[in-house]
Every structure is written in C-alpha cells, then in structure tokens.
Design a protein around this ligand. Structure first.
Ligand code: NAD
Length: 693
C-alpha cells in the first residue's frame, strides 16, 4: 500500500481501498494513470482485508479525458480498455467518486465501475465528437445500457457536459453526496454496499434498456432526421449513431468490436485529423512569441462604446454578460434608444428560450448606460469605437477620445477595413490604440481579430488577448492591412465569385457549391443577409455592377424581401429570374458568351485564391502562423471545422496541386491576380503550410 507510482496512491480504511489519482491539471488518463489503476486493482484484489474499492481523484476534477498528447503515438499497455476491465471484472465492488468533470475516457472508466457517486457540482460527458471521434473504450456500449439509447444518442452526439442531478435522474449516477465531502461519503457508500451485500453491478450486463429498444429502428432514423441540419457534413455523429445501434442490436462483446472498428476509422480519417489540428490551433493562437511571458493584463473594470448600431450593441452585450459596466455613446437619442432596445430584445429572446434567467435580463440591462455625451467615457479603462466605416468620422472620434479618455485607457476601433495606424495617428497615444475587430452578430460570433498597430504596446496586446478569453472569444492577433486576415481573404473569394457570374454561373450555382463544401452559406446568400447596400450610395450609384442595379431596384437583400434571391415571408430563398436577367444583360452588353462551369471549377476558383491570399498574409507577417488564419475562418466565417480551415485544407489538397490549378486558371483569375511566392516555394519544395515554423 502507499504510492503505487508517481500519480497513484493506494490506501485502506476500514476495509475500503482508496485508489487516489493525482496527475494535475485534469488527471488525464496518461500511461502512468492507467498503469496506476491496474496495479492498484491487482493489490486491492489480492488483499483479503479489502472488501470494496473507491476510485477518486485529487485536484480540481475526476479524470477529464484521454491524454491528448499521446494521440498519434503508438499505444502503450495497459490500454484504457484493460483499465476498465480491471475495474469491471473485480470481484470486489468498485465505486467511482466523481467531482469536477468526468469526461471522455474518464467517464468510460467510471462506467467500468460498479457504482458511481458524485458531488452535485460534478458533470459527466463524452465530448469525443468534438474531435470527430467516438468514445472508443466502451462508452457507446455502456452508456445506452445505463441511460437508454435515446439519452445516449443525445449525450454522445452533442458531447455535452451533463450536470450531476440530470445524470442521477437518468441513472448514470447512483447517489449524490454533499459538496466537499466526497471522500468520506464515498467510503460510507462503499461500506453500505458491502454491508448490504449489494451485487456487482456490471454495466455491460445491464440489458433492459437496450433490449427495450431492439426492433425499433425508428429511434435512430428519427434521431438522424431531427438532427440532419446540425450534423451536416460531420462524420462522427453518424458513426456514433451506428455504434449505439450496435449496442442495441448485438451482444456486448460484438458491440464493442463495432465500436472499435468505427473508432479506428474515424481516428484514421481526414475529419478527425482536421478537428484535432483545430483543437491545438486554437490554443496556439493565444500565444504571442514576442510578448514577454506572463505580462500582466491591465484591469478592465469599465468599458465605453461609441456607436449603438449593429456592432456597438452586440459588443456591449459581451461585457454586460460578464458583469462589466458599459457606457454607450450615440449622436442621437433615437439611435441610442433603438440600440438599447435591440439589446434588450436579444436578452429577452434568450430568456424565452430558457437560456437566461429573467432577472438576469434586468441585471445585464442595468449594467448598460446610454448617453449622448462622449465626455462620459472619461473614466473607462477600454473604449471601443463602432461608428460608421468612414475614416474621417473615425478620426474625429479618436481625436476627441484622446482628449477625454483617462491616461492608461485602451482605445480600440472595430473597423473592418481601415488603417489602424492612420486612426492612431490622430491621438497623442498611439501605443494605447489597437483594432478589436468583432464579427457580426458580435454577441454570438466567437472570433475577435486583435489588430496590432505599428505602435501598439505589448501590454495593450496582452490585455486584449486575455480580455477576449474572459468574454468567451477566440482572439487571433493580426497586423494592419486592408481587411486584416478574414475580410482580406473574403475579398479574394468575392472577386472570383463575381467574375464567375460574368462567365455563366448563377449566384445560386456558386452558393450551392460552397454550401455543399460545408460553409453555412455562399457569398451571394451572405451578401443578401448582410444587406447589399453596405457601402452603396444612392447618389453616386451608376448601374455599373449587378449589385448596384439590384440596390437601385430596392432589392437590397433579405431585409427588403429580395436581393440576389427572392424571399418569401419565412425568408426562404429562391433563385430569382430578375437577378438572372440582370446578369444576362450585363453579359450580352460585354459580349460574353455564357458557359457551363463545373462544380469543381467553382470550388477551386473560390477557395484557391483565398489560400493564395492567406500565403501573402503570411509573407507580409499579417498573421503569425497558418493555423491562426484557419482559426479566423472557422470562428468568423463558419468554415467547416472538419476541413480544418483554408490553410489546413490546402495542405491536404497538396500545395503543388493548388499552384498548378491557379496557373491553369491563369487569366480567368483577373489582371490583378498573382501567385504568392511563398506558396510557390512551398509547393516546389513539396512542403505544407504546417511545415512553416
Ligand atoms: N456590420 C458588420 O457586419 C460589421 C462587422 C464587423 C465590423 N463592422 C464595423 O463596425 C463599425 C460599425 O458598423 P455597424 O454595422 O455597427 O454600423 P451601424 O450603422 O449599424 O452603426 C453605427 C452607429 O454609430 C453611430 N455613430 C455614428 N457616428 C457616431 C459618433 N460620432 N458618435 C457616436 N455614435 C456615432 C450611428 O448613429 C450608428 O448608430 C464599422 O466600422 C464596421 O465596418 C461591422
């Protein structure tokens, strides 16, 4: 007894053996942890004084999953399955004592135990789906046996963390014990099991719930149908469903084999590789090589926002959500009131959906103060400007802010395209100025481009990166250029999409290809949603583009019921004969003959120029690394996470193939198009973006 290895301790109290795992930060199921459990079980099994075993963890959580650093390395025995077998096959009852989160492999271990007790704050989940995997150590076979296939489908395909009370209600936990008294309570529970001579409840042998579902394939077909939109393009949910079907229809050991086979297919597949890459890429994005380590963030206790329009309102919500008071400045009372009313409506909608308490709506609203006086921002620690996208207007605002804001206040612009250095130049404190580029809707979209100006100080950058995390955003540090990372690449795609209209592809043809690729929508549907009149001026409009003509006809997008598409009352889009005619008229005026563009050409011409632009962004050091670009596209534009982002996608297509295609399309890509030297060099050397270090 005593230390079994560096991370495992075994002790005996009153006939109850306690296996204690201590492997910070999350007791991941590393090789040492697995070995520790197996060896402890051997000793506890051999010790006649031991009547039951409790498996418990030190630190902030029960085992919260596999050790992701071991992914892709050759597996080392004992495997997780052996660990679980050593628990389940024990002749003495084993009780899992859960606090924090029992996730993935951690929950599978708990499912291998005969009983599970937890504190009320604990959560259980099988989040493998987020890495395009399925729980591969019996999770898909045991969970349906204990909670029933319906609940197992929901829990495993969503990857949700389910709270302890819900887990208890569905049978996953046997007992909730008082907070802070897990160890003593688990021992008590174990003694009770021994005293009452309770059976060894092996989940693998619990067949009632799966047998009840046998011969009811509709459980699965209906689940597939109900979630078709959510699962679109993703492989893992379908594999999970099949694996749970196997749990229902086959004996346990055969089900386990199906689970293993499906797990392995996912593990070896492109999608999981992409999603695991994204998992690490997201963590990497917060690391800024030239910032001194642990540079303390400046305290942000009060935020000011200039402009209560689409963006200003959404941005304000982010801070109110975490309890930071916000002062919002507008130029006119009605704009201010409209802005605040939109925020309230958003909160109320969330409350109606049951995702926010009614009293929290008021609490958050009470943190927002509207004003028409910029001077009220004098004591703000951070001021974010979200006025019209116009350099003169922004300069005027920043010149004023420079006089009003206290020393040490951070001044940020939410501009989409404008030069942060030029904006900073009108202040006496350019080192305190940066871009904070939120995405619309700003209270929902996870991406934040943190734009570093030529003079922005390290501490201001560090503060912005850490603040982003606090408000639940994924921050990516970018440099100053037109459109920064995301919109600059979007422009490259837009240029090609517009050019293809003049060759014979209709907006819905192009949109369909990108939708099928996995994007939430294509460029024309997106334009209709945002409004075709962004940047359009009625006075100077001269019918020179399809878009201008549409605006002149008051087809300004979804909000006017028509744009590139026609919309019905439910805002369902239909291809529009009006738009088609406008396009054809433009073509005949230009003497162009329409041709049939293949789906492949549409896809390549939309995406390869984006990749090329991404390479230029890297050359110019606008982005720190290719994976940062991928994080921008996944979190800001809905790039399908299972394709890993445009740069990862380029690597999987092969950079030489991308370059060859760009050359083949040649003049079609436009007079201004040029291939990035970096892309050409990597392609010639047979390298990938991921090889750039
Ligand atoms: N809409 C988007 O999708 C989006 C996305 C990212 C960034 N942005 C950027 O955010 C900024 C704001 O865009 P928006 O879509 O919210 O515009 P908007 O027109 O909805 O809102 C701008 C608001 O600023 C107010 N305003 C103008 N001048 C002001 C001043 N001097 N003082 C106080 N308030 C003033 C206006 O009254 C208006 O309510 C722009 O720079 C835009 O490029 C927009």
């Amino acid at each position: 007894m005593g230390a079994i290895n560096a991370v495992t301790d075994l002790s005996v109290e009153d006939g109850i053996a306690l296996i204690t795992i201590n492997y910070p930060p999350v007791n991941a199921l590393s090789h040492a942890v697995r070995e520790g459990i197996v060896n402890s079980m051997k000793q506890a099994g051999a010790d006649a004084a031991v009547k039951a075993v409790v498996l418990i963890c030190e630190g902030r959580t029960f085992m919260a999953g596999a050790d992701i650093t071991e992914f892709g390395k050759p597996p080392k025995s004992p495997w997780l399955l052996e660990v679980i077998e050593s628990l389940e096959n024990s002749s003495k009852p084993v009780i899992a004592a859960i606090h924090g989160t029992a996730l993935g492999g951690g929950l599978e271990v708990a499912l291998g135990c005969h009983y599970r007790v937890a504190v009320p704050s604990a959560k259980c989940g099988l989040p493998e789906v987020h890495l395009c995997l399925l729980p591969g150590a019996g999770g898909t076979q045991r969970l349906p046996r204990i909670v029933g296939p319906e609940k197992a489908l929901e829990m495993i395909t969503s990857g949700a963390h389910v709270d302890a009370r819900t887990c208890q209600a569905m049978g996953l936990l046997d007992e909730l014990v008082p907070e802070g008294q897990l160890r003593a309570s688990a021992i008590e529970f174990a003694k009770k099991v021994v005293a009452e001579n309770r059976p060894l409840k092996k989940v693998r042998d619990m067949n009632d719930k799966v047998e009840a579902a046998r011969g009811k394939p509709e459980i699965f077909s209906e689940f597939r149908k109900a979630n078709a939109r959510k699962f679109r393009g993703f492989l893992a949910p379908e594999y999970i469903i099949r694996s749970i079907e196997a749990a229902v229809n086959l004996p346990f050991d055969e089900g386990m084999q199906i689970e293993r086979k499906l797990f392995q297919e996912l593990m070896d597949g492109e999608q999981s590789a992409a999603q695991r890459y994204v998992f690490f890429a997201e963590r990497q994005a917060s690391k800024i090589p030239d910032l001194p380590d642990n540079l303390p963030a400046l305290p942000i206790a009060k935020v000011g926002i200039v402009g209560a329009g689409t963006m200003g309102g959404g941005i304000a919500m982010n801070f109110a959500n975490i309890g930071i008071p916000v002062t919002i400045v507008e130029t006119r009372q009605e704009a201010l009131e409209r802005g605040l009313a939109v925020i309230r409506k958003n909160y109320e909608t969330t409350a109606k959906r049951g995702k926010l308490k009614t009293e929290d709506v008021e609490k958050r609203m009470s943190l927002l103060t509207g004003t028409l006086e910029l001077e009220k921002l004098a004591d703000c620690d951070l001021i974010i400007e979200a006025v019209f996208e116009n350099m003169a207007v922004k300069k005027e605002v920043f010149a004023k802010l420079d006089k009003i804001a206290k020393q040490g206040a951070i001044l940020a612009s939410n501009t989409s395209y404008l030069d942060i250095n030029e904006i900073a130049s009108v202040t006496q404190r350019p080192e305190w100025v940066l871009g904070l580029h939120f995405f619309s809707p700003a209270n929902v979209m996870r991406l934040l481009e943190v734009v570093r100006g030529a003079k922005t100080s390290a501490q201001v950058i560090a503060t912005a990166m850490q603040l982003a995390k606090k408000i639940g955003k994924v921050a990516v540090l970018v440099g100053v250029c037109y459109g920064f990372v995301g919109n600059r690449m979007l422009a490259a795609r837009q240029e090609q999409a517009t050019a293809m209209l003049m060759e014979g592809a209709m907006p819905w043809d192009i949109d369909k290809v990108l939708y099928d690729f996995g994007m939430p929508m294509g460029p024309f549907a997106m334009a209709d949603l945002a409004g075709l009149d962004i940047g359009w001026n009625k006075e100077t409009s001269s019918s020179s583009t399809v878009r201008e003509v549409l605006c002149e006809m008051d087809r300004r997008g979804q909000k006017t019921g028509a744009g590139f598409y026609d919309y019905d009352e439910q805002r369902t889009a239909r291809p529009s004969p009006v738009t088609e005619k406008i396009i054809k008229d433009f073509m005949s005026k230009a003497g162009a003959t329409p041709r049939q563009l293949s789906e492949q050409e549409i896809l390549e011409r939309c995406i390869y120029p984006m990749i090329n632009e991404g390479a230029k962004i890297l050359e110019e050091k606008i982005a720190l690394r290719p994976s940062d670009i991928d994080i921008v596209w996944i979190n800001g534009y809905g790039w399908p996470v299972y394709r890993g982002g445009p740069m990862f996608y380029a690597d999987s297509v092969g950079l030489a193939n991308v370059v060859a295609k760009l050359k083949e399309y040649g003049p079609k890509l436009g007079a201004g198009f040029s291939i990035s030297p970096l892309l050409e060099r990597l392609a010639a050397e047979g390298k990938r973006f991921q090889d750039l270090k």
